[in-house]
Design a protein around this ligand. Structure first.
Ligand SMILES: Cc1ncc(COP(=O)(O)O)c(C=O)c1O
Length: 310
């Protein structure tokens, strides 16, 4: 997800040049990780660029901000309009979008009451997050545990908590894998470093819930809905390492990875080492939905360019 600079970034209420979206080195969020953010994607559709589930993502960002008493000085509607402005201003057809709200520079005290809140929304063209994702990825069960929600609520999306993901993915890459699977404090599967996990067993899909210390993914929720529409049986339940190793198919979901099959876990080949039929069916429907090709999911799209439909 390397980025090519675009022309404009929305920063504290206005569009500024990419190079002018700067902060001080004593920014509280840089020192202590005190920010919240989102990752969203904009897709090219027959009706122009559209952001997938813009409202759900911004709602999660507002909730994450409340968790850290970070008062975003803009309404969710303003942030939604600003997101679409960034797409339009940079003439992007498809993009990865990164909204962030964080405590700025004012003090090095741990408390935040004196810090200003800064908000930025950047967007840039992007491709696949994990290399070779179309063939399926190879994962390792990490020795690094997912932090427990009793310490930092995993349902929030705060900047600082991602050092946990960073450590896990660094270890996975050191071991020669594409991605990590983190166990939670109960020794069950939590999620990937930036993805939720689904398994397929006897035609049924299973994913875990908030009590597994996961981020409640917007893609996860969308896939559960799509599976229901496709008549694929679904269950939300804890997932063990044994469940993973015994699965017929495994796949990750997330804004960055979209729907990505897992073809190996620590040397155990899954689904003959390629994306399985249930994964492919869900993946195809998801890919069509985000690109505006399925009318029933049009409600999930926020169009940047309003076109008149005759
Ligand atoms: C830790 C973690 N889990 C799951 C997800 C997937 O969430 P979403 O589908 O909302 O992108 C993400 C990505 O935001 C993540 O960082």
């Amino acid at each position: 997800m390397g980025f090519t600079p675009t022309e404009k970034i929305w920063f504290n209420g206005k569009l500024v040049a990419w190079g002018d979206a700067k902060v001080h080195v004593l920014t509280h969020a840089l020192q202590y990780g005190t920010g919240v953010f989102e990752g969203m994607r904009c897709y090219a559709t027959p009706e122009g660029p559209a952001v997938f589930r813009l409202d759900a993502h911004l709602e999660r960002m507002v909730k994450s901000a409340e968790l850290y008493e970070l008062r975003i000085p803009y309404s969710q509607d303003t942030l939604a309009e600003a997101t679409l402005d960034v797409i339009r201003a940079n003439k992007l057809d498809s993009a990865y979008i990164r909204p962030i709200a964080f405590f700025g520079a004012a003090t090095l005290s741990v408390w935040t009451s004196e810090c200003p809140v800064e908000v930025a929304i950047a967007a840039f063209a992007t491709g696949q997050y994990l290399a070779g994702a179309d063939k399926g990825v190879r994962v390792t069960v990490s020795s690094i545990r997912k932090f427990d929600s009793a310490a930092i609520p995993a349902w929030g999306k705060a900047c600082g908590q991602y050092i946990n993901s960073v450590r896990a993915v660094q270890e996975a890459q050191r071991r020669g894998f594409d991605e990590a699977l983190l166990l939670n404090s109960h020794g069950q599967i939590a999620e990937g470093s930036g993805e939720n996990l689904f398994l397929v067993r006897n035609g049924e899909i299973v994913t875990n819930d908030i009590d597994a210390s996961i981020l409640m993914g917007v893609t996860r929720a969308s896939i559960l809905e799509i599976a229901g529409d496709l008549g694929i049986p679904k269950r939300v339940a804890p997932i063990s390492v044994e469940d993973v190793l015994g699965a017929d198919e495994l796949f990750f979901t997330g804004t960055a990875v979209e729907v990505t099959a897992i073809r190996e876990v620590d040397g155990h080949v899954i689904s003959e080492g390629k994306p399985g039929p249930v994964t492919r069916r869900i993946q195809e429907t998801f890919n069509q939905a985000v690109r505006g090709e399925l009318p029933q999911y049009r409600r999930w799209l926020a169009f940047a360019r309003q076109t008149v439909i005759s």
